[in-house]
Design a protein. Sequence first.
Lengths: 261, 302
Amino acid sequence: MTVEPRFETGTFTPRPGPGAPLRMLRAQALTELRLALRNGEQVLLTLLIPVALLVGLSLLDVVPLPEPRVAAVTPGVLALAVMSTAFTSQAISFGFDRRYGVIRRLAATALPRWLLVAGRLAALLGVVVIQVVLLCALAALLGWQPAGAGIGWAVLLVLLGCAAFGSLGILLGGSLRAEITLAVANLVWFVLLLAGGIALPIAQLPGPLAAVASALPSGALAEGLRGALADGHAPGWGPVLVLVAWTATATALATRTVKLR
Amino acid sequence: MHVRGLVKRYGRTTAVDGLDLALSAGSVLALLGPNGAGKTTTVEVCEGFLTADAGEVRVLGVDPAGAPDALRARIGVMPQGGGAYPGVHAAEMLRVVAACSAHPLDVGWLIGVLGLESCARTPFKRLSGGQQQRLALACAIVGRPELVFLDEPTAGMDPQGRRLVWDLIDAMRRDGVAVLLTTHLMEEAEALADEVVIVDHGKVVAQGSPAALTACSTHQELRFRAKPGMDLAGLTAALPAEYRAAETKAGRYLVQGRIDPGILSTITAWCAGQGALADDVQVARRSLEDVFLELTGRELRP
């Protein structure tokens, strides 16, 4: 009995070569974006909780806030959204991606290291764009009117926030075991939400805590956004320097400690 | 691909200790060895993931440690245990990897060939071990590489999956792809490899074609059945000195040594002299597994 050859001659004749950088970037970033939007826990963290907080705090009088409440709430919720995506969600997915060997898998292709990072960054920015559009539209429906002059500053702050939280997320997810990353990333998220200048403006925090919070990326981002979106102020050097410093420190540490698996 | 005198240490343990390998286009090299023998370390040095402590490594004319990106555009890698996003679907993952190559194979075709369309909507982490392995193999070959590294490609696969992978490796060899595979399945090495290199404790302990490794003439054996309890002294005396004869179980006899027609007739004549008929006579070459166990010992490895 002869068996039909399963593969025609020439099927696997070598024809190697690297893919076009843009095609690689697109394939990786779109896949990671789709995965982020398909993962229930990540959507809860990045979209549902910020939306619930925005609507809840704007409509219900649970915390004392100046009127209009939505104007006081929105900048903090935007800062929370950035932290959720760039830090917590990023650290957890990076931790499990490493566990499942995908970073290693991609590094074994022609994808250069810088594109691997760029792809993650692009996917992260994609989620942040969706969050910002959704949250701003919802806030507008609730009567929010941001200061037009501050919008450019707010965009800059969001990008700096993505950089600071993103590099911290990569540092965390790339250095510890996936389960520990999961626990730490959620804990830090919760602590920064309550005491890091996001839920409550720094001015309402007790003295020593306020000083600490303004040096944290959460406090810097939230305060910067409050100033820019409420009054159209430039954020000043304080928040910008804080965010840049966290980015630089976390990136420097990450390049030394992050392992592919 | 050429490896000469490769040494790789982790702290105080030496994983690879002066290893030599050579592999040319259109051939399959199997790296065979027990767990912890240094197979994966060797492969990862060749892929540029690890840097050698000593020795010369040239893969497709390139030093993998110096130019990993240039090299990786030309090779295909199947890491042990695969590698994919935990929530990704098979075709999505394969599309990402295919996009990294200039002229990839058709993703839909490859998914079909590897029998992965039935789990098209299943996240990677819920795929069975065999399905994960098949996806990892697809990722390794989708870019039409010149050289493929397969680290235990059939681990966790069912017999059908294993046959498919063997067919695939055969077809790649036929089409001029060089394949380096690590395995601890003797059957796999015997079926696929042009050249087998047995490693242990980071060193090559034997190498050659499967036929050459198993044909070592002093290691044949003959088994037969006859009435139990025959006195073997006469048989031992009739056979040349290096032969051994034993009754392994009541009525089952084993003769070890080079079995040729003369020896066979000596044995049957002796049986006839004892008034017995040698029944169920089997001559066996030793298997690659026998060679392997003889060279690497029988104790369990961590």
